[in-house]
Design a protein around this ligand. Structure first.
Ligand SMILES: [Zn+2]
Length: 90
């Protein structure tokens, strides 16, 4: 899915530039890059499960969190124990 530059800035700054799940610091320019500090847009409620496609449902997420979360809702994912991403593999 494509996001405009403005969308991405809103998503990023609305969450203070950290991963919504683990609070790891992200770099705005690293959107879509699978590197340390890189991030992608996570749907709090996955669209496959009725989540809406706008800012209310978009959160910045680091790659490890996004992949672990998969199509769980944020509530379901939040129940799991998480490690900060520097302890995981990129
Ligand atoms: Zn994360």
């Amino acid at each position: 899915m494509g996001f405009s530059k403005e969308d991405l800035q809103d998503i990023f700054y609305n969450n203070n530039g950290v991963c919504y799940h683990c609070h790891h610091i992200l770099v705005l320019e690293y959107y879509g890059k699978r590197v340390f500090g890189g991030w992608c847009v996570d749907h709090r409620n996955p669209s496959s499960r009725g989540g809406v496609d706008d800012l209310r449902n978009w959160r910045p997420s680091c790659y490890p969190c996004n992949e672990e979360k998969n199509d769980k809702t944020t509530y379901e994912y939040g129940k799991r124990q998480r490690q900060p991403p520097f302890l995981r593999d990129y």
